[in-house]
Write a protein that binds this ligand. Sequence first.
Ligand code: AMP
Length: 148
Amino acid sequence: MSNYKKLIIAVDLSEDSAAVAESAKGLVAGTGAELHLIHVIEPLSFAYGGDIPMDFSGIQDEIHQQAAQQLGRFGEQYGIAPERQHIVLGRPEVEIHSKAEEIGADLIVVGSHGRYGLALLMGSTANGVLHGATCDVLAVRVGSKKKS
Ligand code: AMP
């Protein structure tokens, strides 16, 4: 049985998120551990910077609302209360670390694709989360490269 007391599950809201949440739940089943969810929205200005002189605030609000609805449904499915569902704006690795520290999580759970080649060189969120984490990190293998 695991001794973890507070888990934060990072979800990108893709179809892989279910596998990540299920592994986290399974790990602490019956222990009374507290589960939190985090979804990070990357500001459009990160992608488009100053290249396009546009006001993204309307689109950004729309993205935020959609993500909040999706995360709400996801949380409900896994029995995670709204106050433990966090939506933050920023870079995923940075915000996941920061929220984990803020709530005193002892385990961060992320999905990890079996990357190779160029994609491996470019790095992954799981890698970024692992480096610099101040608590344990569980990387759950997700995606089509998952071994059966
Ligand atoms: P990636 O390396 O970007 O393919 O993402 C792998 C895992 O990182 C996902 O399964 C999530 O656990 C986490 N992740 C990626 N993007 C986000 C995001 N925007 N918010 C929260 N977690 C994320």
